[in-house]
Ligand binder design. Structure first.
Ligand code: SF4
Ligand code: SF4
Length: 74
């Protein structure tokens, strides 16, 4: 597992915006790419996590979920 680079390219690949847990607060804050940027500043309910199907998961050999809650992948 590698640290995820906080780049514009990676933010564009992030699929958090399609996730059932991604709420209006997260959208309003322009959040995403939590695996690189760290946890969300919003309160939210865990209604599923789709990181497993994100292109960055195989690219960086990630094995976690809910980075919006646990913080960035190390
Ligand atoms: S692994 Fe999860 S947090 Fe990281 S870019 Fe993909 S969807 Fe977003
Ligand atoms: S890190 Fe996972 S749970 Fe959080 S918004 Fe992204 S896909 Fe959804």
């Amino acid at each position: 597992m590698a640290q995820v680079d906080d780049t514009k390219e990676n933010l564009q690949k992030c699929i958090c915006g399609q996730c059932p847990s991604f709420n209006q607060c997260m959208k309003d804050q322009g959040e995403g790419l939590y695996c690189a940027k760290g946890k969300s500043s919003c309160e939210f309910d865990k209604e599923g996590c789709i990181c497993g199907t994100c292109p960055l998961t195989p690219e960086y050999d990630l094995d976690g979920v809910y980075y919006c809650s646990i913080g960035k992948a190390e």
